[in-house]
Ligand binder design. Structure first.
Ligand code: SF4
Ligand code: SF4
Length: 162
């Protein structure tokens, strides 16, 4: 799949929504979203997936996801050099969702921290609770952080400010 980013380099809501799996799959549990809109020769998302859920027609094509195979495990989140892989879990309840993001800034947040959720343009869009932190030498400098935010921030929340 390929798309055109606007002059700001920010993917539109429409582009994002085209990547989402079916409502049925979204209701089942965590799933990956690969916001990889440019065709570049790259495939760690595919090679890092133990479930063979990432489908690429060719090395320089955008990845597609087999959502019957994707477990939302998040392995690809830290492996993507473009920081383009996210895991979304819409089954949290109470009007909240979890968004798992790659995070290479310091300081690394701790579980339980309340931080600013940032939008695609870097501006604050709301508050986020940190519910999981995967960091350490094995992560190769890309920590994997899960933030809990209002479900209305599905498209908007893409990073955090600690
Ligand atoms: S979240 Fe896990 S199962 Fe899904 S594509 Fe990424 S590595 Fe594969
Ligand atoms: S690893 Fe990331 S940047 Fe590379 S093809 Fe996969 S999603 Fe795109």
């Amino acid at each position: 799949m390929s798309g055109t980013l606007d002059s700001t380099g920010i993917a539109s809501r429409e582009m994002f929504e085209k990547l989402l799996p079916s409502a049925q799959r979204r209701a089942k549990g965590p799933y990956v979203v690969m916001e990889c809109y440019e065709e570049i020769p790259c495939n760690p998302c595919s090679t890092s997936c133990a479930f063979h859920a990432v489908k690429m027609e060719a090395l320089n094509k955008c990845p597609g996801v087999d959502y019957d195979a994707c477990t939302g495990c998040g392995s690809c989140v830290s492996r993507c050099p473009g920081l383009a892989c996210f895991v979304i879990n819409e089954t949290v309840g109470d009007g909240k969702i979890d968004i798992t993001i790659p995070y290479e800034m310091l300081p690394v947040p701790q579980k339980g921290d309340i931080v600013d959720a940032l939008g695609r343009d870097g501006f604050v869009v709301g508050k986020a609770e940190i519910v999981r932190v995967l960091s350490g030498p094995k992560m190769d400098h890309t920590n994997v952080i899960t933030m809990r935010v209002d479900a209305s921030l599905l498209y908007d929340a893409r990073s955090i400010r600690v």
